[in-house]
Design a protein around this ligand. Structure first.
Ligand SMILES: [Cu+2]
Length: 246
């Protein structure tokens, strides 16, 4: 019932799917909405830092009774602007973060505030997903295949690190942002974000739990801007190996 007004406002926008979060509801600086004619695109390349991945199997004790698949290749994340109101969880399709091959997949995700996350276990043994991050603390307890826990709604912006209590090597990063314009890069750092309202925007590039870099772009109506930020953090190269995701 509370959301009737927001829904009505969304219908007015041309790009409901991308911009439903961009309808101003509060005095915080909300990004303007874009129409099909004015929507801009930002694409390009950012660095991807190599990461130490924790050993899945300790070199003592009996071998585990399951096969640990390799973790996903590292990636970075990019988001444009801030100040968009939260999505309505009841009207937002949940994002899946599976446990598969004894790894989180995806290992990096970026979602808008209000997005519910589901954690399906695709393995034959128990997992136990939890987060101690101040952005969202939760502990799903042990669950096995077919016992999908209730979705967890990400209700404020920030970073969430995910762990499994059973398998110490498992970890994932979830970035909760207050903008509908976001992307995870491919393994080469390439990204593309569509539907951005024209204007001057702060762009944030997440490289690791300890490194997020800002840039500012000016996007004109209908513009497709390609940036090469592959040397965004020239000094980070030599430290990249130390920058293990915790
Ligand atoms: Cu696990």
């Amino acid at each position: 019932m509370i959301h009737v007004m927001r829904l009505a406002a969304c219908v007015v926008g041309a790009s409901v799917v991308l911009l439903s979060g961009a309808v101003a509801q509060e005095p915080a600086p909300a990004p303007a909405t874009a129409t099909k004619a004015t929507a801009a695109r930002l694409s390009g390349r950012v660095p991807v830092l190599s990461r130490k991945t924790p050993a899945a199997i300790k070199d003592y004790g009996p071998p585990p009774a399951f096969k640990v698949e390799p973790p996903e290749a590292p990636a970075s994340a990019v988001w444009v602007g801030s100040g968009a109101p939260a999505l309505d969880p009841a009207k937002t399709e949940p994002i899946r973060i599976e446990q598969r091959g004894f790894q989180f997949r995806p290992a990096l995700a970026v979602v808008q505030v209000g997005t519910p996350i589901v954690f399906p276990n695709q393995d034959s043994l128990y997992h136990s997903v939890f987060s101690y991050s101040p952005t969202k603390r939760f502990d799903l307890g042990r669950f096995r295949k077919g016992e999908e826990p209730d979705p967890v709604v990400m209700d404020k912006p920030g970073a969430v690190q995910l762990f499994c209590e059973v398998h110490e090597h498992m970890r994932a990063n979830l970035l909760v942002v207050d903008t509908p314009w976001h992307a995870v890069t491919d393994g080469d750092g390439r990204f593309s974000i569509d539907g951005i309202a024209p204007g001057t925007h702060v762009v944030r590039v997440w490289l690791s739990p300890k490194q997020t870099v800002e840039r500012t772009v000016e996007l004109k109506a209908g513009q497709s801007l390609e940036v090469d930020w592959s040397d965004l953090v020239p000094a980070a190269g030599k430290d990249a190996g130390k920058d293990a995701a915790k």
